[in-house]
Design a protein around this ligand. Structure first.
Ligand code: THU
Length: 132
């Protein structure tokens, strides 16, 4: 599958990052089961602990923006940062991505090449909706 449009959506989102405190910009793009793409960037705050990561922002946009409310299954998430390569989702974001059945994480290595990871490889033994 050609993922270039998903990577490009993540890259474009990273350019919108609001990160005046860390200067660490991140963009994430979620590809859903239907092929929809929802992107987000990190948004920081003067109260540092309130920063929201790009991945969780993208997940929130997916939920709020889905044309079909059932289209919330995350096929994959691409994460791009101009400030780090590769840039993996943090632990909190892994948990949120798992909530929506994320199957794969795609990051870029230092050469700009795709690295693809099954979600299970980055969050083994996850706790999720299926456990309740
Ligand atoms: N950040 C993300 O948006 N996603 C990640 O995967 C790692 C960290 C943000 C949070 C904060 O705004 C900045 O990067 C530095 O931690």
């Amino acid at each position: 599958m050609d993922l270039s449009h998903v990577i490009e959506a993540a890259r474009a989102a990273s350019s919108k990052a609001y990160a005046p405190y860390s200067n660490f910009r991140v963009g994430a793009a979620i590809l859903t089961g239907s092929g929809a793409v929802h992107a987000g960037c990190n948004v920081e705050n003067a109260s540092y602990g309130l920063a929201i990561c790009a991945e969780r922002n993208a997940a929130a946009r997916m939920v709020a923006g889905a044309v079909n409310p059932d289209d919330r299954k995350i096929q994959l998430v691409a994460v791009v940062s101009p400030d780090a390569a590769p840039c993996f989702p943090c632990g909190a974001c892994r948990q949120v991505l798992h909530e929506f059945g994320c199957e794969e994480v795609v990051v870029l290595d230092a050469s700009g090449d795709l690295e693809r990871y099954p979600f299970q490889a980055i969050l083994p033994y996850a706790f999720g909706p299926e456990d309740l």
